[in-house]
Design a protein around this ligand. Sequence first.
Ligand SMILES: [Zn+2]
Length: 271
Amino acid sequence: MGAFYLAALVILWAGRRGNVSRKLAAVASVVCLLAGSGALAAAVYPWGNSYGITVNRLQDLPGKGVVPATAGYMALTFDDGPYPPYTDRLLDVLKEKKAHATFFLVAEQAQRHPELVKRALAEGHTVGLHAFRHRDFLKLTEEERQKDLALGKKVLHDITGKEPVYWRPPHGFRDFSVMEVAAAEKLTVVNWSVIPRDWTGIGKQEIHNRVMDKAENGAIVLLHDGDSPFYKASRKATVDAAALLIDSLREKGYHLVSLEEYVQAEKRPGQ
Ligand SMILES: [Zn+2]
């Protein structure tokens, strides 16, 4: 019996991080009920749209058409900006290489550097929301979560004139109720499939190699042009790695796209 309760708690813990499928949670819930623990059954059960879709690869994005089997698409995504001078330099690199990326912005940073947000949008990048303030959403109340997302959306809308539709939760942390708040705010949750851990002080070559090892069609790469919440660390290695990566990935035949660009490209017939 002890092992059974332990297993249920492990599922609950993993579920809070979005790592348990809806089906598995439902099965675990029924087992809990049969074993006589109504409370555990209720806790584990995936209520409502609490297990909403998390996009980990480009193919998961809603609103796209049929993915051509031969196409190799990848997306570079950058979190925690805008953060001068690294966001500026990164935009320079992307412009020079004619590549588009996706930025998940901390909205209170966006308020400090609105010109960088406008520039990213004007140069064809997708602007998504990371949070108004960079906090672990699992530790916030329902009201705090809702307020943070609504304010973050408003700030980005005020700067760009566009409502963000993609949201990356800080640290990727989400659970049933975080997903519900995201759905209520009409945000699609986007995490990643490749995580080179560029914030750990590794050099550009190591960042580059870690991404290349995991490169595949539809991969979404998590990188950082910012350093939330203190904004002290250098992001030079990431910016330099981005330049190397764009060249290497193109050599391998990948198209580098922003999330919006991918959805648009997939809608076009005959491609
Ligand atoms: Zn972050």
